[in-house]
Design a protein around this ligand. Structure first.
Ligand code: UDP
Ligand code: MG
Length: 320
């Protein structure tokens, strides 16, 4: 590692997606600035991405931006979703270290100095790991645990359990991340894919400071599907084996039927076994087609090569 110049200041970028967060925006800037201001030998910028909010979020962001040159606002043309908003912010961040951060203050800003310390020790990625998630509902915790189990069982890229998007990345890690071309961005997976020297710090996730969650159960389910199909082809390949096993059973069963007919002659009843086989196979085929559809749908979206997000306008203090 190149020794640091003791007088040089690091630039820390906080990247924050905002979607209808007008209730927490002001408190957010207050709390976060307090922490960032006191980090030794570092300047900071707060890159706020307004992800097509339909409330007064943008006004709050612009007010913060007018008051502080370190606050930058990227206004997207519509709601693109958290992953795209984060990508927009990370692309625009200039920092030597970049930290994606939730606007609702669920990730404690007090953890940031510890991350910076680890980074200065030479780590490229410092994961924020949730020591406990008591502030999440039981349903969310258990489905999240199941997601990590299944995802990591079927993917070569393991995502660290209970590490959210809250993490610090060095400039080289961010540059690597920016090289990944995919359109559908499952950030937790992409973060894991790039590798780099990684360590973690523990923190407890707080309840939302105000406002409410933007992720319903259905959205989370789709997010989980996105994660698994982005990093594993096992769901596609497994049908070969399912088909093989069923075919083997079918063969054994027909051998048994032939033998039985030879020994005992023809007997008409057989409705139950036929209808069971037909329904079961029909179901299995539909599931298989559904899985293939998931992947083809993603290939279709990817093949169109549309940009991940569209910026309506970038605001900085000088041009307000
Ligand atoms: N968010 C966003 N676009 C969306 C949904 C969410 O930018 O379409 C932002 C949101 O403003 C917040 C962060 O993503 O800063 C996390 O959202 P939330 O707190 O609702 O998720 P949860 O913590 O409940 O998983
Ligand atoms: Mg939250």
């Amino acid at each position: 590692m190149i020794p640091r110049n003791p007088d040089a200041k690091d630039l820390i970028s906080l990247v924050v997606p905002f979607y209808n967060e007008s209730e927490v925006a002001d408190e957010f800037f207050r709390e976060v600035s307090l922490v960032l201001r006191n980090i030794a030998q570092a300047d900071y910028e707060i890159v706020c991405v307004n992800d097509g909010s339909t409330d007064a979020t943008l006004d709050h962001l612009l007010a913060a931006c007018a008051a502080d040159p370190r606050v930058k606002v990227i206004d997207l043309s519509r709601n693109f979703g958290k992953e795209a908003a984060m990508t927009a912010g990370i692309d625009a961040a200039m920092g030597d270290a970049v930290i994606p951060f939730d606007a609702d203050l669920q990730d404690p800003p007090e953890a940031i100095p510890a991350m910076i310390e680890k980074w200065r020790e030479g780590f490229d990625v410092v994961l924020g790991k949730r020591a406990e998630r008591q502030t999440d509902t039981y349903a969310k915790r258990s489905t999240a645990a199941l997601f990590y189990r299944v995802h990591n069982a079927i993917s070569d890229i393991k995502i660290p359990v209970n590490a959210g998007d809250f993490r610090l990345m060095s400039r080289s890690a961010v540059d690597a991340l920016k090289q990944l071309p995919e359109n559908r961005r499952f950030m937790k997976g992409l973060f894991a894919w790039i590798g780099f020297r990684t360590t973690e710090i523990e923190y407890s996730r707080r309840p939302r400071a105000a406002g409410k969650t933007k992720f319903s159960g259905w959205k989370l389910w789709n997010f989980a599907l996105e994660g698994m199909t982005s990093f594993s082809t096992l769901p596609l390949r497994i049908w070969t084996y399912v088909g093989g096993v069923i075919a083997a059973f079918a063969m054994l069963y027909s051998a048994y039927l032939i033998l039985r007919t030879l020994i005992r002659g023809v007997d008409i009843p057989g409705y139950a076994s036929i209808i069971t086989a037909v329904l079961f196979l029909g179901g299995v085929q539909l599931i298989g087609i559904g899985v293939i559809g998931e992947y083809i749908g993603r290939m279709y979206v990817e093949a169109k090569r549309r940009p991940v997000y569209i910026i309506r306008k970038i605001y900085q203090k000088d041009d307000l």
